[in-house]
Design a protein around this ligand. Structure first.
Ligand SMILES: [Zn+2]
Length: 119
């Protein structure tokens, strides 16, 4: 694992500034702050767009669909109970995974843009 990947995962999983790794990235649940309170890096130019939602949806779907089949057909719990439980699990996973996914993609974008020659 490269040092940069380790740093991106470190700041992403903790919601920290991708520049200094000390200030907070988020001003709310998913709202990116305007700037870092520690190093004053300007976050307004960077935007991770729909990337975090896509990756979280892809991952949660890969977990939820087999889980629904296992609960309904494997354990015979019936569609109402199976889909209710899977829905709760899927919503919980999405809410838990969106902030770190957004912070990781933001940090990747932050470091990739910094390396561009005309940036
Ligand atoms: Zn900072």
């Amino acid at each position: 694992m490269s040092a940069r990947l380790g740093f991106v995962l470190h700041v992403g999983l903790r919601g920290l500034c991708p520049q200094c790794g000390k200030g907070k990235l988020f001003a709310g649940y998913l709202a990116i702050a305007d700037q870092c309170a520690h190093c004053h890096a300007d976050f307004r130019a960077a935007d991770s767009g729909d990337g975090p939602a896509f990756f979280v949806m892809f991952l949660v779907g890969a977990i939820a669909v087999p889980l629904a089949f296992i609960l309904n057909f494997g354990l015979g719990w019936g569609p109402v109970i199976s889909l209710t439980l899977v829905g709760i699990v899927a919503i919980g996973l999405c809410l838990a995974l969106l902030p770190p996914a957004k912070a990781i993609l933001f940090a990747v974008q932050w470091h990739e843009r910094r390396d561009e020659p005309d940036a």
